[in-house]
Design a protein around this ligand. Structure first.
Ligand code: HEM
Ligand code: 2DC
Length: 429
């Protein structure tokens, strides 16, 4: 028999990387120093129309970079994480207390409902507590109509953005179309509410005398730091507030849905939480380091139900992908949704399997739900802590069940949403 090196795929010492994953790596290596996404014209047109500044989401070039560097320190660096966790943990506890109350009121020892509205409130309360260092009180029975209107405006804003990906807003504006008018109304509502919240903190800060208090929140920190203009701070804080509602709440809704579909997995996660709770003895920061499977579950949710259907970059150098030569300056999109469900990228992609993320090699250009690199999601660390704490508290308190025979798909309203209400049943443990 001829001797030689076996080249069968099972014998290779180093398996070649999946070609799509390699493409993702090539794309992001060509993003340059000022990574640029597809411009959402509806959003820039509104700001141009109302003479409002762009925040970090919409800025580009050096202006983006200088703002982003300062925001990174206060929003996404590991150092600020410890300030956020106690605030977010409080909101999680209040959410659970609210569910217990609803269960008691039902008289049936359970609560069956579409949780979307509750989750929107949870997400807004969470992101606001971090931005403003104080609670809005959205986990109470009385809901401030202004906060409710803010939530509704965000949904309307996303919904009216998607047609404007294909029809230029300038055209729609000229013909006085309903989509453009609703879009303006939505952003007006968002900015008015955010302005009021920001004004409130600004006023408090000027009256405040004692400075050595508890963590004052992202906004107050940025104002005191005095490195960005007030207009720049307002623009980015408004984006953070608006970007922090539907994104996390929908991801949590999908996660609860998947847990309801997989009762055994739910028990496994509950066991992990119980062990982490015991080992960390109430230190939440420590506890968050002991829940790899919960983190895997969130990655798994974003794989199957990503908020963003694609990632995009204008490449700054020529690249070759799938044997195509793509010149510098081209807009290249990575189909995040498609990739998450591709058997060439993920083994048995149809299965919800948080444990697949426990191996480090599975992370290489695969966990892209928050984007990549210096232009990745600025709210990522807030979102992660907020969602992990939510799941901890929910798993410690309730069993999650769903109606049989309801299959939920995704629909596109700029972000991906469930195409029908998800009715879940929560039962106390
Ligand atoms: C950008 C996803 C939550 C604020 C992005 C991008 C993605 C994303 C894919 C584009 C990244 C890129 O192009 O590489 C998500 C997901 C979330 C989430 C999946 C939750 C599950 C949040 C939250 C906030 C936020 C809670 C605010 C607190 C932002 C901002 C940007 C952004 C400001 C623009 C950053 C920049 O252009 O420099 N997000 N996001 N996001 N997100 Fe998120
Ligand atoms: C939508 O073809 C589909 O995080 C388009 O928190 C390409 C596209 C471009 C930008 C993406 C967008 C998609 C989905 C929503 C994203 C957005 C960038 C940021 C935004 C991913 C994929 C989001 C939801 C932000 C929104 C904050 C804002 C409203 C203040």
């Amino acid at each position: 028999m001829a001797s030689g090196t076996c080249t069968a795929s099972c014998c290779r010492t180093s398996t070649p990387l999946d070609p799509f994953i390699e493409d993702a790596a090539i794309l992001f290596k060509a993003e340059g120093h000022y990574p640029k996404r597809l411009k959402v014209e509806a959003w820039t047109s509104y700001r141009d129309y109302r003479n409002r500044k762009y925040g970090v989401l919409l800025k580009n070039g050096e202006d983006w970079r200088s703002n982003r560097v300062i925001l990174n320190k206060e929003v996404i660096s590991p150092k600020v994480q410890e300030n956020f966790v106690p605030l977010l943990d409080d909101v999680g506890q209040d959410f659970v207390a609210r569910v217990h109350k609803k269960i008691k009121r039902s008289g049936q020892n359970k609560w069956s409902t579409d949780l979307s509205q509750e989750l929107f409130k949870y997400a807004l309360e969470s992101v606001s507590s971090v931005l403003y260092g104080e609670r809005l009180g959205l986990m109470l029975d009385y809901i401030d109509p202004e906060a409710q209107r803010f939530i509704d405006c965000i949904t309307l804003m996303f919904k009216t953005t998607s047609p404007m990906l294909y029809i230029p807003p300038a055209v729609l504006r000229k013909i006085g179309s309903k989509v453009w008018r609703n879009h303006v109304e939505a952003w007006d509502g968002i900015f008015n509410h955010a302005d009021r919240c920001i004004q409130n903190i600004y006023r408090q800060l000027r009256q405040e005398t004692d400075t050595c208090k508890k963590y004052p929140g992202v906004l107050a920190t940025l104002l005191l730091l005095d490195k960005l203009s007030i207009e720049d701070i307002k623009a980015s804080v408004t984006e953070l507030m608006a970007g922090g509602v539907d994104t996390t709440s929908i991801t949590l809704q999908w996660t609860l849905y998947e847990l309801a579909r997989h009762p055994n997995l739910q028990e496994e996660l509950r066991a992990e939480v119980a062990a982490a709770r015991a080992a960390s003895q109430g230190d939440m920061l420590d506890m968050l380091k002991r829940i790899p499977l919960i983190k895997g579950a969130l990655k798994e949710t974003l794989r199957l139900h990503p908020v963003a259907v694609s990632l995009q970059r204008y490449i700054t150098e020529d690249i070759i992908i799938q044997n195509y030569h793509i010149p510098a300056g081209t807009l290249v999109q990575l189909g995040l949704y498609a990739m998450g469900r591709d058997p060439k990228v993920f083994f048995r992609p149809e299965q919800y399997q948080p444990s697949r993320w426990l191996r480090t090699e599975s992370q290489y250009f695969r966990s892209l739900g928050f984007g990549f690199g210096p232009r990745q999601c600025l709210g990522r660390r807030i979102a992660e802590a907020e969602m992990q704490l939510f799941l901890i508290h929910m798993l410690e308190n309730f069993r999650i069940e769903k109606q049989r025979n309801v299959d939920v798909q995704s629909t596109f309203e700029l972000i991906l949403l469930p195409d029908k209400p998800i009715i879940l049943t929560l039962k106390p443990l």
